[in-house]
Design a binder for this molecule. Structure first.
Ligand SMILES: C[S@@+](CC[C@H](N)C(=O)[O-])C[C@H]1O[C@@H](n2cnc3c(N)ncnc32)[C@H](O)[C@@H]1O
Length: 228
């Protein structure tokens, strides 16, 4: 596992650097990790740059790193690079064909350890039989439907006992109260049921559920990390 990849992209990763570092640092102490990302990287470039969300390969320039879709976090590419040449296995899951084409293009050259799964998170989890060491829940959008999907998927994960004993769950787009003052970190929804004092974004329903199942918050920030 090559942790220097994180240092290389630290400025681009910005608000996600610390949490990415936390999870990969923990994984580096173990072998043969199973990593699952729900929701794959879906754009060659960040919002505001021509070609955002297009799957036209002309918009992918591997050499212009600053234009990559850092707004979304780019976990797919980061994970692919970090585990390149190691014994770790990475599943990235998304039902959107366009997103999957983009994801495959940006990880070309690192694909040996990657399983690209064109299906919903729910279908994937219902049929998965391995124990997961790192689960990245970044699927759907920051809205009530997305938060409810995260809850449903969390229930499958618990019911089917899909996590290894020391597994970590990383959740994106949390917007905890004490991080709201950071640039770019603002509540993204005005939906009544998603405006508690602390805005949990995609984890609004899954975080309290997972806590009720014995998970603790190990890291709080723009993203959160849960573990037992
Ligand atoms: C925010 S993006 C993921 C970004 C990516 N993890 C990254 O780090 O760059 C959300 C993705 O979730 C996908 N998505 C939507 N519904 C989904 C579902 N039911 N299961 C899995 N992925 C889903 C979308 O197609 C989209 O590509």
């Amino acid at each position: 596992m090559n942790l220097s990849v994180l240092a290389k992209y630290s400025e681009n990763l910005e608000k996600r650097y610390e949490s990415f570092h936390y999870v990969f640092n923990k994984l580096a102490s173990k072998k043969n990790n199973v990593i699952v990302e729900l929701g794959t990287s879906r754009s060659f470039v960040s919002g505001g740059i021509p070609g955002c969300m297009s799957d036209n390969i002309k918009y992918w320039d591997e050499n212009v790193v600053e234009n990559w879709d850092w707004g979304a976090g780019l976990f797919t590419r980061i994970c692919a690079e970090v585990i390149d040449g190691s014994e770790n296995i990475f599943y990235t899951v998304d039902p959107d064909e366009k997103a999957m084409r983009i994801s495959k293009a940006i990880t070309l050259g690192y694909a040996e350890n990657i399983n690209y799964r064109l299906e919903t998170s729910t279908d994937f989890l219902r049929n998965f039989t391995q124990k997961i060491d790192l689960l990245y829940m970044d699927h759907h959008e920051t809205c009530e439907e997305g938060a409810r999907l995260h809850l449903l998927d969390s229930q499958i994960i618990i019911d089917n006992d899909l996590l290894s004993k020391d597994a970590l769950i990383l959740i994106d787009d949390i917007h905890l109260e004490n991080y709201k003052s950071m640039p770019g970190i603002l509540p993204k929804t005005s939906e009544a049921s998603l405006t508690p004092a602390e805005h949990y974004g995609k984890g609004t329903f899954s975080i309290p559920y997972l806590q009720s199942k014995g998970f603790r918050l190990l890291f709080e920030g723009y993203q959160i990390i849960l573990g037992r």
